[in-house]
Design a binder for this molecule. Structure first.
Ligand code: GUN
Ligand code: FE
Length: 476
């Protein structure tokens, strides 16, 4: 797939620049410089007589030569939107996708997960499995993901290389576990810290960890408190600070895990305090789940600026519980969506939006039935879309670079096509209450309703093209 110097997309743009704002620019033009991978201009209410040749590169200030531009005219069922962001997934766990959801977390780890992950000691498994994993994730419209790997240096390097070759944006973590782990899948504290440092060096090379234009970057990854010693956690905290790295882990996923974490560190005021004491909580930290949060856990997340990866599919599949997303949002804690494969059984972030809706409705209904009703509005389609894009960008520490279709941001974007053959989104609509007043360039059903259908009905079949940093990395 060759890349032109510039793209101009003409048609409908949909994004959520802020929580609760569904921005629809239905007759627009968006220019991309493929040289730096960024959006260089957006024109609304495009006069159809204006040609692409009027594009000015905001970077150079020069009018762009028409021959350098590839124009993409979006069809009637198509729109452009920011790429979906998966803030939490486990690459090695795709090999048992859809299996083993009959146990709660700690038993699930022991009976299935550690055994599967230990097989990645074999680099040839990593090579074949990870290629398939990354293609699958990209096909679903995910332009950036935070991946957990395994404890193995070589398999993790293969994972990072596979992602780089596929052109996806990612954080990749070498998983650390030096205590309470089976003999066949554990490491000493020294090995854990040494391998982490070697992995960081191997992935970053000469780059800086806070250079947002580097597509694949390492992330410090203590598996979770129960499998990490105090020395391991503190060593990882130091490494994160020394190299300016992001951090990812699990927090308050399940009641027995949360109790176990506190047993391991009886002096700590809360589960989050254990990470905080080790220097692992900060604005570049991603904590998955956050279901069973005490007030102190909430306070530490809020004050540190750490983000929550909400993983509803996984929380349902392992009976972990329901995270209160509205509570995080009301307190200003960043929230994005995670698939948490393989505890979650689908790698689709579109599906995660629906699961987040279901989890939110279940929480509202169960608190009402328990007589402890918390007044909160259900998360609507626009808010779900925000969580999957701009919310995820903030959790990744990249809100100024990703998450919406604004000039200056990286062009990590999708062309969505709702009208593909066998589309899960119906092409025939009844009129009545939902018939939208048609404007120039609007379909019969307004774009706001088509966006809602995307959230609640779409799947991989509707992801027509995937771009990362201005480069086409997948097309149907
Ligand atoms: N906690 C520690 N490890 C894991 C894991 O692999 N998956 C999930 N869902 N939770 C964890
Ligand atoms: Fe997880």
């Amino acid at each position: 797939m060759s890349t032109p110097e510039y793209y101009v997309f003409r048609g409908c743009l949909i994004d959520t620049p802020e929580l609760g704002t569904l921005r629809i620019r239905h007759n627009a033009a968006l220019g991309v410089s493929c040289r730096n991978g960024r959006i260089i201009g957006v024109t609304e209410q495009l006069d159809p007589s204006v040609s692409s040749g009027s594009l000015v590169d905001a970077w150079t200030g020069n009018k762009v030569d028409e021959s350098a531009i590839e124009t993409v005219n979006l069809g009637s069922g198509q729109f452009l939107m920011p790429g979906l962001i998966d803030t939490h997934t486990h690459a090695p766990q795709f090999t048992f996708l859809g299996l083993g959801h009959d146990l709660p977390l700690m038993e699930w780890l022991e009976k299935y997960t550690f055994k599967h992950e230990s097989e990645f000691q074999n680099p040839s498994l990593a090579r074949t499995a990870y290629k398939d994993v990354i293609q699958r994730v990209i096909r679903g419209g995910c332009t950036m993901a935070a991946y957990f790997g395994t404890i193995h240096l070589e398999a993790n390097c293969i994972l990072a290389e596979t992602i780089r070759e596929a052109g996806q944006r990612a954080f990749v973590g070498k998983v650390c576990m030096d205590v309470n782990s089976p003999a066949y899948y554990s490491e000493s504290t020294e090995e854990s810290l040494q391998t982490s440092e070697t992995f960081v060096r191997a992935v970053l090379g000469e780059n800086n960890a806070d250079d947002d234009s580097v597509l694949v970057r390492p992330i410090i990854t203590p598996r979770f408190v129960p499998t990490c010693s105090d020395r391991c956690l503190r060593g990882l905290g130091e490494l994160a600070h020394k190299r300016n790295l992001a951090v990812q882990s699990h927090l308050c996923e399940n009641p027995s895990e949360t109790a176990f974490a506190k047993e391991c560190f009886p002096e700590a005021a809360s589960y989050a305090a254990i990470y905080d004491n080790a220097g692992l909580l900060g604005p570049r930290t991603i904590m998955a789940h956050c279901v069973h949060m005490s007030d102190d856990d909430m306070r530490l997340m809020r004050e540190s600026g750490a983000g929550v990866s909400h993983c509803p599919n996984s929380n349902f599949a392992l009976s972990s519980g329901i995270a209160d997303v509205r509570r995080f949002l009301d307190q200003g804690i960043p929230v994005g969506l995670g698939t948490d494969v393989g505890a979650g059984y689908t790698p689709s972030i579109i599906d995660a939006m629906r699961m987040a809706a279901a989890a939110n409705r279940a929480l509202i209904a169960s608190s009402r039935d328990a007589g402890t009703e918390v007044k909160q509005a259900p998360l609507n389609a626009s808010e779900l879309l925000f969580l999957a894009t701009q919310g995820g960008a903030r959790v990744m520490g990249m809100q100024s670079q990703l998450g919406s279709l604004d000039p200056g941001k990286f062009f990590d974007a999708l062309v969505v096509d709702l009208d593909v053959p066998n589309s899960p989104v119906p092409s025939v609509h009844s009129t009545g209450a939902v018939l939208h007043h048609q404007q120039n360039g609007e379909p019969e059903l307004g774009w706001n309703l088509r966006a809602e259908q995307f959230v609640f009905l779409a799947d991989d079949r509707n992801i027509a093209r995937v771009y990362v940093a201005g480069k086409l990395i997948h097309s149907l």
